[in-house]
Design a protein around this ligand. Structure first.
Ligand code: UDP
Length: 255
C-alpha cells in the first residue's frame, strides 16, 4: 500500500491510484464525521462492513442495468472502481421525512412523503453543502440538463429497487444520498455512472417493526450500538454469516 499514490483522503475513504490506467482503489476507513465535520469519531469495523455492503448494492444495481463505477472488491477494506469525474452534486432521495428535511419544512420525523422527493446539494464543505436547484447546477456548469435528467431517472430507479430490497429484510429505506460521475468510454463519449458508495453512512434505514434506526444517525445522535446496527444491516443482507469469513470486522485476518 505504501508504494501506491494517495490521490485523495476524504472523511470516510482514501482513494489510491489503481493498478491499471483509469482505475482507483477506494479504501474504507472506520472514521465517521457528522454535522459538516463538527462531530468526529470512529465506528469500529465500519470500513469493512461498508466495503461489503456497498459492493453488494452496486452489484445488485448493475444487474438491473444501473451503470456504476464498481469493478470488484479487492480485500476487506478496498475495492477497485473506474475513475469517474465526479459531478459535484449530492443527489438525495427521500421517502419518509427525517434529518434536515424535518427542520426545513417543519414536518414531523417519520411522516411518509406523498411521493419520493429528489433533492440536489452542492458538494462544498466550506459552504455546508447547500441545497441547490437545477438552475444552479446548469448555470454554474456542474452538470448539463441531460446529466440532471439521467441522475434523476437513475436515482428514482435505484430508490424503487432498494426500497424493495430493504423491505424484504425488514428495513424501511427512509432516505439516501447518491453521487454520480462521468465515465469516459474509449470512443470519447461520457456516460453518467453511479459512483462513491451506498452504505448505512449514506442511507437512513429503520427497522420496519420497531422503527429502530440502523444507520449513521446512531452515531450522529449518540444512540449507542452503532457498530451493531451496521453489522445487523450486513447480516440481514446475507453478507455476514455467523462463522463465515465476512464475520470479522475487528480481526480482519483475511486482509
Ligand atoms: N447524506 C450523506 N452525506 C451528506 C449529507 C447527507 O450521505 O453529506 C445522507 C444522509 O445519511 C441521509 C440523506 O443523505 O441518509 C439525507 O440527509 P439529510 O439531507 O437529511 O442531512 P442530515 O440531516 O443527515 O444532515
Amino acid at each position: 500500500m505504501s508504494r501506491r499514490r494517495n490521490i485523495y483522503e476524504g472523511k470516510a475513504k482514501i482513494l489510491y491510484q489503481g493498478p491499471e490506467p483509469g482505475t482507483i482503489v477506494q479504501y474504507f476507513k472506520d472514521d465517521a464525521t457528522a454535522f459538516n465535520n463538527e462531530k468526529k469519531g470512529t465506528i469500529l469495523g465500519k470500513g469493512v462492513l461498508n466495503n461489503r455492503i456497498s459492493e453488494f448494492l452496486m452489484l445488485r444495481l448493475a444487474e438491473i442495468g444501473v451503470p456504476t463505477h464498481f469493478v470488484r472488491r479487492l480485500n476487506m477494506r478496498e475495492q477497485l472502481v473506474y475513475k469517474a469525474e465526479i459531478i459535484p452534486v449530492e443527489v438525495v432521495v427521500r421517502n419518509i421525512a427525517a434529518g434536515q428535511f424535518t427542520e426545513r419544512f417543519q414536518v414531523k420525523e417519520g411522516t411518509p412523503l406523498p411521493r419520493s422527493i429528489v433533492e440536489f446539494y452542492y458538494k462544498a464543505d466550506e459552504l455546508g453543502d447547500p441545497i441547490v436547484s437545477e438552475e444552479h447546477i446548469t448555470s454554474f456548469g456542474w452538470a448539463t440538463p441531460k446529466d440532471i435528467d439521467e441522475m434523476m431517472a437513475l436515482a428514482l430507479r435505484i430508490n424503487d429497487y432498494m426500497s424493495g430490497l430493504f423491505a424484504g429484510i425488514g428495513l424501511k429505506l427512509v432516505d439516501f444520498k447518491l453521487e454520480f460521475g462521468h465515465l469516459f468510454e474509449e470512443n470519447g463519449e461520457a456516460r453518467v455512472v453511479l459512483a462513491d458508495e451506498i452504505s448505512p453512512d449514506s442511507c437512513r434505514l429503520w427497522d420496519i417493526k420497531t422503527n429502530d434506526k440502523m444507520d449513521k444517525d446512531r452515531f450522529r445522535h449518540d444512540l449507542g450500538s452503532v457498530e451493531e446496527a451496521y453489522q445487523e444491516v450486513a447480516r440481514r443482507l446475507g453478507i455476514l454469516t455467523e462463522t463465515g469469513d465476512g464475520d470479522m470486522p475487528t480481526t480482519e485476518k483475511a486482509k
